[in-house]
Design a protein around this ligand. Structure first.
Ligand SMILES: NC(=O)C1=CN([C@@H]2O[C@H](COP(=O)(O)OP(=O)(O)OC[C@H]3O[C@@H](n4cnc5c(N)ncnc54)[C@H](OP(=O)(O)O)[C@@H]3O)[C@@H](O)[C@H]2O)C=CC1
Ligand SMILES: CC(=O)N[C@@H](CCC(=O)OP(=O)(O)O)C(=O)O
Length: 328
């Protein structure tokens, strides 16, 4: 199959091209960038030299010759392309936030009208696998909600409160320089931001409801001076105490058939560059602390997008994705 990456000059676009080198059934033949049109993809992504001979282009999206389109563009930009892509019968995986929430919730959280809303599967593969299988259009989850939801899912039904405390690498902010990503502000530093109001909270709450959880849910993100990775500490508060052995078994059973979830001590090093989510739990009285790690650009974005593509196309879910992380 042929794939187009809309927004190929960005971090997730570049990561889609890198990961797709290992995919046996897909060739990328369109890589878009409005600003870099006419320049080689390797001028922006030098690590792809020798692997990608494409030139960035700015094509007419209503006349794309491709089978699958990945929308790796900022939120609110993706919705502008969806009607044309659907019209042409092209499968779509949207990495932006445009289709992750019901219309009214999206409009409230993102403060803008949705001009092309559709109810499509939320592509957190471990929880929505059946809905994604053979779907023509899937919404890829946010990076924080991916790691956080996987950390809480096995206990969601038993929890009355879930507090997610996440630390992210800087690539989560995308390729455009800003004061937030400016080296002296990030390096040798550590900050919390959007303490109570991050836009991913709505997705996290939505997934707890999907899991049948009555829990209240809170979230605070922090910015780590690393490029990739998200570590989430989920404090899961229960009505009754739970034993360590019981909670460990619950997590191991819940994820025993999941190819990309591993029960082991979480460390950013172990998942960097890979599609794995590593997690572990510890119980104390009425509280369980679950810690998860993912690479925000892989399981948190482009890797999960390929996992979704595999489900949508009827291929083995792990196709092209079974590579380990990079330690150290
Ligand atoms: N970075 C991360 O860890 C994660 C990101 N995401 C989401 O994935 C999407 C992409 O993120 P990321 O790669 O980090 O972003 P970047 O800012 O690094 O890249 C954005 C890309 O989109 C293109 N673009 C921007 N505006 C438009 C537009 N209106 N129409 C077409 N192309 C456009 C840019 O190129 P040009 O302007 O030249 O066209 C560029 O190629 C975002 O929605 C982001 O929120 C999701 C999970 C994790
Ligand atoms: C460091 C940083 O700024 N991170 C981003 C997460 C970006 C992201 O990937 O959000 P989506 O998945 O919704 O696109 C943030 O906090 O908004």
């Amino acid at each position: 199959m042929k794939a187009a990456i809309i927004g190929a000059s960005g971090y997730t676009g570049g990561e889609l091209i890198r990961l797709m080198q290992s995919h046996p059934h897909v060739t990328i033949d369109v890589a878009t960038s409005r600003q870099l049109a006419g320049r080689p993809v390797t001028s922006q992504h030098p690590h792809l030299k020798g692997f990608c001979n494409l030139t960035f282009e700015n094509p007419d999206i209503s006349a794309l010759d491709t089978d699958i389109a990945f929308l790796a563009v900022p939120h609110t930009a993706a919705m502008a392309y969806v009607p044309d892509l659907l019209e042409q019968g092209i499968k779509i995986i949207d990495l932006s936030a445009d289709y992750r929430l019901p219309k009214a919730v999206f409009e409230e959280v993102y403060g803008t009208p949705h001009t092309a809303w559709k109810d499509i599967p939320y592509g957190l593969c471990e929880l929505h696998r059946d809905a994604c299988k053979n779907a023509p259009f899937v919404s890829n989850p946010g990076c924080f909600p991916t790691g956080a939801t996987l950390a809480a899912a096995p206990l969601a039904e038993k929890a009355h409160t879930v507090i997610y405390d996440s630390k992210t690498g800087v690539s989560g902010a995308g390729d455009s320089p800003s004061a937030t990503t400016h080296f002296p502000n990030v390096g040798d530093n550590f900050t919390a931001y959007k303490l109570t109001s991050h836009r991913h909270l709505a997705e996290m709450r939505q997934e707890l409801v999907h899991l049948g959880s009555p829990a209240r849910c809170y979230f605070t993100p922090h910015l780590l001076p690393v490029n990739r990775g998200i570590l989430t500490t989920a404090h899961i508060l229960l009505d009754e105490p739970i034993e360590q052995k019981e909670v460990e078994k619950l997590y191991q059973d819940y994820y025993k058939n999941e190819p990309f979830v591993r029960y082991q001590r979480p460390s950013l090093n172990s998942v960097r560059g890979s599609n794995f989510c590593d997690l572990m739990v510890e119980a104390s009285e009425n509280r369980v602390v679950a810690v998860s790690v993912i690479d925000n650009l892989v399981k948190g974005a482009s890797g999960q997008a390929i996992q979704n593509m595999n489900l949508m196309c009827g291929w083995d879910e792990t196709t092209g994705l079974m590579t380990p992380g990079m330690l150290p």
